[in-house]
Design a protein around this ligand. Structure first.
Ligand code: SF4
Length: 348
């Protein structure tokens, strides 16, 4: 190709990219055609190496994303990894609050999220204005917030918890300490009952964990009498009542690999089943059905990430997570408390 034509193509490409960048706030991701002959696995690996980038993926991501990731984990594990990584670029295959937490913990790194619109119903249910008003009603309460919330809510909280660290953190508080728990009312109710603690609950919920059908799960249990039913504590109490084991995503994974049962009904986001099958290839995993016409219960936010979006995000290093420094510092205090207690307790 002659130099002139090449230059013309480059100019068109850069004009196109500028337009795509301008569209980012509305679209949420770089929407560009990708050469269909490209092997995206190979290209992603190549870009990671070139840019000293790390790809972190949550257990709820699709199997292909988990397979190309450098590290896979639940919210606490991903936060712990993001805090200590020496990669220059963190590509977060998860949802917005997770990438934001990574940026809060490791501000000198560039953090990118393949789709800015990958949110979370729990985070969306708890807005800073109404939450600040709610908090004012309980001035003698300590505020514990589930990590599934925005940086603004983290800044209004005393402690951040995850499903794997919540019990340990609550147990460090004096027995008579009054607690506000936000934003997940189901996890809050589960913890309050299990630990015998009086808690005021914010009325938020996860759209994935809240719609498991008790009726369909009971039928599955009748059909598979030897299967163990395992559930995440974000599920409603009626579903938790019929579970053989309740635990965080990483605890459920561990349970299926160590328990002697060979069949499990899994009441959480089905992305984790990929890891469960890898850890226990001879066991059977049945996703618990939701109360609609679908057979399984994917998180629509988690599943907004695709290999194509990850490739483009890695290539152009956007959309980037940017946080105001004062907000970052205010939010970091409550996350740091969780990180310290979790490290002392050896929770990983
Ligand atoms: S599974 Fe529920 S809690 Fe997790 S990201 Fe999706 S909506 Fe949020």
């Amino acid at each position: 190709m002659c130099e002139q034509n090449f230059q013309k193509m480059e100019n068109i490409a850069s004009m196109d990219l500028k337009e795509k960048i301008a569209e980012l706030p509305q679209r949420g991701f770089i929407d560009m055609d990708i050469d269909p002959t490209l092997d995206l696995f190979e290209e992603i690996q190549k870009l990671k190496k070139e840019k000293n980038a790390v790809l972190l993926a949550h257990y709820y991501q699709n199997a292909d994303i988990q397979d190309v990731a450098d590290y896979i984990g639940d919210s606490l594990q991903l936060a712990q990894y993001a805090e200590k990584t020496d990669a220059d670029l963190i590509v977060f295959a998860g949802v917005h609050f997770m990438a934001e937490t990574a940026k809060i913990l490791n501000p000198t790194k560039k953090v990118v999220l393949p789709d800015l619109h990958a949110g979370c119903s729990l985070a969306d249910s708890c807005l800073p204005g109404p939450f600040a008003e709610f908090k004012k009603q309980y001035p003698d309460h300590v505020v514990l917030s589930y990590i599934n919330c925005s940086a603004e809510i983290k800044a209004l909280s005393d402690y951040i918890v995850t499903s794997s660290s919540a019990e340990t953190i609550i147990n460090t508080l004096p027995k008579d300490q009054k607690i506000i728990f936000a934003p997940d009312r189901n996890l809050g109710a589960y913890l309050s009952k299990k630990l015998g603690r009086d808690m005021v609950l914010w009325n938020g919920s996860c759209i994935v964990h809240e719609i498991f059908s008790l009726e369909k799960i009971t039928k599955l249990q009748e059909k598979h009498p030897n299967a163990k039913m395992i559930a995440h504590p974000e599920c409603e109490e009626a579903v938790l009542n019929v579970a053989d084991y309740i635990g965080s995503t990483s605890a459920l994974l561990k349970y299926t690999s160590t328990d002697e049962a060979t069949e499990f009904i899994v009441a959480t986001e089905p992305g984790i089943i990929h890891k469960m099958m890898q850890a226990s290839p001879n066991k059977t995993f049945i996703p618990a059905p939701p109360n609609n016409a679908c057979a399984c219960n994917d998180c629509p936010f988690m599943k907004m990430n695709t290999l194509e979006k990850i490739y483009l995000c890695l290539k152009y290093e956007m959309p980037e997570i940017i946080i105001d420094e004062n907000l970052r510092l205010a939010a970091k205090k409550s996350i740091d408390r969780m990180m310290e207690i979790s490290a002392q307790a050896g929770i990983k």
